[in-house]
Every structure is written in C-alpha cells, then in structure tokens.
Design a binder for this molecule. Structure first.
Ligand code: SF4
Ligand code: SF4
Ligand code: SF4
Length: 586
C-alpha cells in the first residue's frame, strides 16, 4: 500500500456493497451508489451539524437513528435508509418543523423553489397535524438588498454558517435559546445597522422564504409603463450563463441571444450590455495599474469591481482603501456612460433616462444608491438594479416562452464587447482580462492572450508574469474569507504582489447572491461554479476580439468623447473614491 493512501471502508447500504474512503459520511456513501437521502440543514463544507434530523437512517447496532450527514462510515457497517422507522421519523420531524412555520405558500416569494415545500411533497405530508396558523409575519427589511421573515425560518443555520465561515463577516447568529431562539444580528439590531456587506450569500443558502432578495421589479414595470421615460437595460457578464437555469435549462447554458430578445420584448427602449462597460473597466484599470507601477503609486493595487468586496474593505479593512483602484464597477461605468455620452449623443435629458441593470449580485442594489457615484450632471448612474432571479420572474410574468425565443443582439452603441469582458463573471477573469491589455501596453503586439494560472476554482491563486521591464506578481481571491486570508498575509509582509483581484462571492459573480438558488442537494453535489464559469470561458474563445482595448465601440467613445484612458474626462465619468465606513462591531 502506498504511503498516506486513504484507507477504504466496506459497508452495506440497503443491501448494496459500498466501498468508500475512511471518513466519508453515510450521506455521501449512499450517494456514491445512487441513493439520495433527504436533507434540510445540510450544506456541504458549510453547514454540517446534523441538527434538523431529516437525514436520519438506521445503522445496525446503533441505539437510535443517526444523522447521516455527520455520521462517518465504518468497516462492516450495515445501513438502511428507507425503513418504516426512518420514514416515520422524518415525517414527524418535518411536521414539527412545520408547526412553527408560517405557511403561506400561495403568496410566498419562494414557493417555486422552496426546499421545505419540496420536502413536504417528497415525504408525503398530507395533513398538517400541528399547525400554528397564528404566527404573524416577522418582517425585517432595513437592508437595501434583502428581507428577513423569521416566521418562515426553520433555524437550519445555513445562513449563519455562510456568513461566518464563507464570508467571515459574522453579522448574523442564533440569538437567545430554546423556544426563543431566532436568527438575528447581535442585540437584535437591524441588518441595515450593522457591518453586513450586502453579498446575499445567506439568501442563496436559505432553503425557505425566510430570506429573500428585495424585489425591485415593480419599479422596472413602472418605468416601462411611463411614456415620458427612456428606459435602457443591460445585463452583467455572468447573467447570460445563469438566467437559463432559472428558466429550466441545464446549469451552464449560455442564453445571451435569447436574453437580448427577452429584454427587447419586455419593452426596453435600448438593450445594451454591461460587457461593453467591463471593457472600459479593464482599459481604465489597466492604465491606472501601469501608472502606479511605473510612477511609484500605491501597490498592490486591488480591483474595485465587486461592491460586496468594496463594502467589506470600507467596513472591515479600511487601511487598504488607498490600494483600491479608483475605477467604478462595470455596472456604474455603464450607467455613467449612458447618462453622459449616450444622453448627449441622442439628445435626451439624462434625467429622463432610467437605467436598469441586471446583476448576479445583491450588493449592486446597495451600490446604485452610493452618493460617491453621482455624476457632474447630478444623476446617479444606475436607477434600478435587479438580480438574475428578478429578471427571470419578469420574463415569466410577461408570458415569454424563453426557450422558444429567437436569438437577438444588443444595441450597438453600448453593446459590443470582447472575450475579456465575458470572463469578468468568473474568479480570475478580471485579472486575466487586465493582464491581456497590460501585457500589450508594455510589450506592444504579440503577447499571450491566455493567462491560465489565474483561472480555476481555488479560493486563492497566485502567479508571476515576466512582462517587458519587470515581473508582475498577481493574486486572485474570491469569497471574503479567502480575501481576508490573502490580505492578512500581505499586511504581515508574508506575501508581495503588484496587483490583486478580489471578488466578494466564492467563485466570483457566477455564484453571486442574485444568482439562481439551487437546492442543497444540487449545491452540495454539483460544481455550479465550474459549470457556469466554463460557459463564460467558452464564450471568450468564440469571440473574435479577446482584448478589451481592441473593442471598436470603446475606441470610438474614447476618440469622440472621453479622450485618452485615464485622462481628465475619463476620470470624471468613470472613476470614484471610497472611504472608511465603520458602523457597529458585532
Ligand atoms: S417558505 Fe416554503 S413552505 Fe414556507 S410559506 Fe414559503 S413556500 Fe411555503
Ligand atoms: S448579506 Fe452577506 S454579510 Fe450580510 S448577513 Fe448575508 S451573508 Fe452576511
Ligand atoms: S433564515 Fe433561512 S437559512 Fe437562516 S436559519 Fe432560517 S431558514 Fe435557515
């Protein structure tokens, strides 16, 4: 046997022979032979606490049923997952969970993808024996991005584990004990009062309607119905590879053409693309980086595209604010170009334009109202930011048969983009896009297009590139716990970089808080991030132009309107500033 080889364990599950590595849980061992055990509180690598007891199974010799999500296999073990005793226990447990749940499924925002409701169907709960129909709603809607209703909370703790472990923001926890236990911020402060970074990762972790993204679709319908308004829309890079998932298509389907058609049929006056603005971000950020590199500016420079990361930096790492790029995010650059360049070109008063962005991200709802973004003409760049999920609900409500839609195109004025913009949605994509442009600026033509070292799903990636004149050391982190780990090393002098990309959500925008919610069953056993990001990288390869500065629309706008990248006008319109923002420590 090879040294350090993992010992294999043999057991029987429902009469089937199973052989798995030591340390595997019964849940995973069963899965390896095609047996699915239902779960509720379980989220792989995030919340493995065996608390809800929906996943119980019988183990020969054990005195009681065991929670399969935390119970490791052992040699010779005999497991049964579908006995009368198991079925009865799961049913009773679920009935008791439901007894403390305000069931208004008919009007609940989560009813089409609620894990609790799906489980009630699966376990054939056909009578509500312990109903508590007196439970009033417990709405907490102080934050701009999400709404909590603890009357629908089942205390699974998936949200708190995500906030603590994945994001290390730790602003929500179980408060009090016993029957009084409820999920809230310390001292029951409102979420809008604490250091929440608006990432929405708790919402995608939640199995029920206890956490929902704030719905801004009525504002969009109102704008579309107002003949005095010129309403423009643009989706973020990551939305085209996730929207299809909300509408019944396989994970990782690129629906860019149908997306453009759907937006047009919803009635928007112009259908643009945030990918175009992503190309501007790269050209501005690349110019800023080269300036810092060559003229002794603050390094490492850290990207500023992710508003969840920006809010984390302002709240939790304010000493790094000078390291942030001053570039606005692609969403804000897009709105800024619409309300300046496009408004002037078309002769439309920017106050009559409503800019709607479709984003993978809940922190964008917070970003759109930031005063730092306000333009010299008095306008905020973006008026309404909706998530991928909100757009899918508008498509359904409008009766558009999405899979029947022909492929359409974006309007050219702000709808032409490169492969570099496409990969913005995946962790490492912004860095790779920036390197493509920076390398050419330093070397002239002929430099490489692909920078494979910054791709991939690891939480932290590092690379060094020999560019003409010097080696550029870069790092990429996604998910705030990884960002914190990386930045701690930088601050201690243990790691040295010139340029760092940080995305607030693990895996980047393709896994943002506004993206399709998948049940734990899918999230725990399918690599969503991989499937979605592969779709973006294959779009990049198919695109004729793969470097942002080659975008002809971008070149035209610099020539006609902005002047040179990093110049005075470009700075006035496309850049901003950030400041420390501490509220309460929890
Ligand atoms: S959270 Fe689920 S079970 Fe509860 S009301 Fe909403 S849809 Fe129904
Ligand atoms: S939005 Fe993010 S930071 Fe805020 S509570 Fe949820 S997980 Fe935590
Ligand atoms: S809010 Fe949602 S994720 Fe959090 S404990 Fe309640 S049901 Fe679970």
């Amino acid at each position: 046997m090879a040294l350090n080889a993992v010992k294999q364990v043999n057991l029987k599950i429902n009469g089937l022979d199973v052989c798995v590595p030591e340390g595997t849980t019964i849940l995973e061992a069963a899965r390896s032979v095609g047996i699915r055990i239902p779960t509720l509180c379980f989220l792989k690598n995030i919340n493995e606490i065996g608390a809800c007891r929906i996943c119980v199974v019988e183990v020969e010799g054990a005195r009681s049923l065991v929670a399969s999500c935390v119970y490791p296999v052992s040699e010779g073990m005999v497991v049964r997952t579908n006995t009368e005793k198991v079925r009865h226990s799961r049913q009773l447990t679920l009935e008791l969970i439901m007894s403390n749940h305000r069931m208004d499924c008919l009007t609940c925002a989560r009813n089409s993808h609620c894990e609790l409701l799906a489980l009630a169907n699966e376990l054939r709960i056909d009578a509500v024996r312990y109903a508590n129909d007196q439970l009033p709603p417990q709405i907490e809607d102080s934050a701009l991005h999400l709404v909590r209703d603890n009357s629908k909370c089942i205390l699974c703790r998936r949200c708190t584990a995500t906030c603590h472990k994945v994001q290390q923001v730790a602003v929500i926890s179980p408060n009090e004990r016993g029957f009084k236990t409820h999920i809230a911020c310390a001292y029951d402060r409102d979420l809008g009062e604490v250091d929440c970074v608006s990432c929405g990762q708790c919402v995608v972790a939640c199995p029920t309607g206890a956490l929902t993204v704030r719905d801004d679709t009525e504002k969009v319908w109102a704008a579309l119905d107002d003949p005095a308004k010129h309403v423009v829309v643009a989706p973020a890079p990551a939305v085209r590879v996730t929207l299809g998932e909300c509408l019944g298509m396989p994970i990782g389907t690129n629906v860019e053409g149908k997306l453009a058609t759907a937006l047009r049929r919803l009635g928007f006056d112009r259908v643009f693309d945030v990918d175009t603005a992503a190309d501007f971000t790269i050209v501005e950020e690349g110019t800023e980086f080269l300036d810092r590199l060559q003229n002794g500016g603050v390094l490492p420079m850290i990207t500023s595209c992710s508003p969840g990361w920006i809010r984390y930096c302002e709240l939790h790492q304010p000493d790094l604010i000078p390291n942030l790029s001053s570039c606005k995010s692609p969403q804000q650059m897009f709105g800024s170009l619409v309300k300046t360049y496009y408004a002037e070109k078309e002769g439309i008063d920017p106050r009559d334009i409503v800019v709607v962005s479709v984003m993978p991200c809940t922190a964008k709802k917070y970003e759109v109202q930031r005063e730092e973004m306000r333009l010299a003409n008095g306008c905020l760049p973006v008026d309404i930011s909706i998530t991928t999920r909100e757009l899918s609900s508008m498509i359904k409500r409008a009766g558009l048969l999405f899979d029947h839609l022909p492929d359409g195109e974006f309007d050219e004025a702000l709808g032409v983009s490169t492969g570099a913009a496409a990969i913005f949605g995946a962790t490492g994509g912004v860095m790779e896009a920036a390197l493509r442009t920076v390398a050419v600026k330093l070397a002239g033509v002929g430099m490489q297009v692909d920078f494979h070292e910054v791709r991939g799903l690891e939480g932290i990636k590092e690379a060094g590139y020999c560019l003409p004149g010097r080696t550029v050391r870069v790092a990429v982190a996604s998910g705030l716990s990884n960002a914190k780990k990386l930045l701690d090393r930088v601050k201690k002098g243990e790691a040295h970089y010139d340029f760092i990309e940080i995305m607030g959500c693990p895996g980047g925008c393709i896994n943002g808080g506004g993206q399709p919610t998948q049940p734990a069953d899918v999230r725990s056993f399918t690599d969503l991030v991989k499937l979605r990001s592969e779709a973006l990288y294959s779009q990049d390869v198919r695109t004729q132009l793969r470097r942002s500065h080659e975008n002809p629309v971008l070149q035209q706008i610099y020539q006609e309107y902005l002047g040179k990248p990093g110049g005075h006008r470009a700075h006035e319109i496309l850049h901003t500033h950030y400041a420390p923002m501490r509220k309460y420590r929890t």
